[in-house]
Design a protein around this ligand. Structure first.
Ligand SMILES: NC(=O)c1ccc[n+]([C@@H]2O[C@H](COP(=O)([O-])OP(=O)(O)OC[C@H]3O[C@@H](n4cnc5c(N)ncnc54)[C@H](O)[C@@H]3O)[C@@H](O)[C@H]2O)c1
Length: 452
């Protein structure tokens, strides 16, 4: 059955969720207070880089885009998908969630029966918190409506957001009321039962198992999201810590990771040693969970260690360059990639930004290339001391060293001999363990990876 869905916040999560639900047949209104996002979407132009999103935007004719929350009447679902950045003490900043809750409550009319969903990653207790905001607002306006607040955390990964939305491993619904669970089950029915034609650009994986629906209390759902991100961050830091040891004992961490990853108790994903994690979620969510644990005077040493290892990992890359080039002042370093990972244009907490500032502080000239993230970098970091290069060959010109910072698939297939010819030096630091050593060395470059 087709439902009326309003999504407040049309960023990476809100947009992907909105167009996917519209593709599945729901009537979706995507709201964003940023007028330029809305204008671009109204023109059918994707506002973020995500594989399969442009095709889905074209196909999702039931989605509309606006800066104002429409009147909320009858039955429907309202999703809050605004940002929840870190406050200075590490806590999640709920100001955007609170504003969204007040604004949507202002648009509810008599007789509405709504499920309001916290899709943003929010601290424990946020379902009750949002419920309180809405209830007080309705009371002060004298509106008689039935509103249930549920937690429905999002697990999509950028770079595969459409795929993860249409073909998730599980859907988690944390709600107290059967009415809310029922409506959200209906919302996700096409995904849970996989009864839709796969859109162009996002084919259904072969042998896909039907996603599990997990219904929990709001508190368990809220904690699930933080536990998932803390676990994934820890898994990466774990392999990065072993990468450091592998370098010292003369092992190759990629061989070790493959060998342990084939153990089904361990699993091969997120065992890729490199420069460490970045992006908008792992950093802020590990900070938030540590802040929450602090409120209970409960030390979470594993998560703390994962954060510390990740911080150190970025520094290791600079130290490797120092070991090879000795003095960085006056050198030219070319960074392949700015985005925090491949297949996205997202620069939030990107290791590349840390490298740019560390290398320029040490006196190096930093040149950068990224297939899609350079416009965002110019817009969001206008003062970043870098030279932008339109292609990899241009980047290499006069460089003492090249560093693979982002795991863009296209960097695997570079013409390394042509790059070497244009470079001044011969160092290639593969900070993502993306490349095959023999290919790079055959081109006359000195290869350095992480933990190999
Ligand atoms: N990005 C991810 O990979 C990811 C994955 C899972 C969960 N999450 C969580 O989802 C939430 C959103 O993340 P994101 O990356 O999509 O953020 P984002 O910054 O890309 O998007 C948030 C959008 O909300 C808009 N907004 C803020 N307040 C608004 C309001 N009152 N009314 C209308 N629009 C408003 C902003 O203009 C912005 O476009 C966060 O809590 C995040 O932790 C993100």
């Amino acid at each position: 059955m087709s439902l009326n869905v309003t999504i407040v916040g049309t960023g990476y999560v809100g947009l992907t969720t909105g167009v996917s639900l519209a593709y599945l047949g729901h009537h979706v209104t995507c709201v964003d207070k940023n007028a330029s996002i809305v204008e671009r979407l109204q023109r059918g132009e994707p506002t973020i880089h995500e594989p399969g999103l442009a095709e889905l935007l074209t196909a999702s004719t039931l989605a509309r885009y606006t800066t104002e929350i429409p009147e909320l009447h009858g039955d429907g679902v309202v999703m809050i998908a605004v940002g929840t950045p870190s406050k200075s003490n590490g806590d999640a900043d709920l100001q955007y969630v609170d504003a969204a809750a007040r604004e949507l409550a202002d648009r509810i009319v008599d007789g509405a029966r709504l499920v309001v969903v916290n899709k943003s990653t929010v601290p424990i207790g946020s379902a009750r918190h949002v419920d309180g905001i809405i209830r007080r607002q309705l009371q002060s306006r004298g509106v008689d409506a039935e509103v249930h607040v549920a937690s429905n955390p999002e697990f999509l990964a950028e770079g595969r957001a459409v795929h993860d939305t249409l073909y998730p491993d599980r859907v988690v619904i944390g709600a107290e009321e059967p009415f809310a669970v029922g409506m959200l089950r209906e919302l996700y029915a096409p995904i849970l039962e996989q009864v839709f034609e796969a859109p162009v650009g996002s084919p259904r994986p072969e042998n896909l198992e039907l996603p599990s629906l997990i219904t929990t209390t709001p508190t368990s759902a809220e904690l699930t999201k933080y536990a998932a991100n803390a676990f994934l961050a820890t898994k990466i830091s774990f392999i990065n810590e072993f990468a450091g040891l592998a370098e010292r004992v003369g092992a190759d961490i990629t061989e070790v990771a493959r060998a342990i990853g084939l153990d089904s108790r361990i699993g091969s994903k997120f065992l890729h040693a490199g420069i460490g994690w970045g992006g908008s979620c792992f950093g802020k969510d590990t900070r938030a969970i540590l802040a929450l644990a602090g409120n209970y005077d409960f030390p979470m040493s594993v998560v703390e260690a994962a954060v510390a290892v990740n911080r150190r990992q970025r520094q290791f890359v600079v130290e490797k360059l120092q070991r090879e080039l000795k003095v960085l002042r006056g050198t030219t370093i070319g960074l392949l990639g700015l985005a925090f990972k491949g297949n996205t244009d997202d620069l939030r907490d990107s290791p590349a930004l840390t490298l740019v500032s560390a290398l320029s502080e040490l006196g190096a000239v930093v040149r950068v290339h990224d297939p899609v993230a350079m416009p965002n970098a110019r817009r969001l970091h206008p003062d970043m001391p870098v030279e932008y290069c339109d292609d990899e060959a241009g980047l290499a010109a006069g460089c003492d060293a090249l560093v693979v910072v982002t795991d863009w698939p296209q960097y695997r297939h570079l013409d390394f001999a042509a790059l070497r010819e244009r470079m001044k030096g011969d160092v290639l630091l593969d900070a993502r363990n993306l490349l095959t050593r023999s290919n790079v060395e055959a081109a006359g470059l000195r290869y350095m990876g992480i933990g190999r």
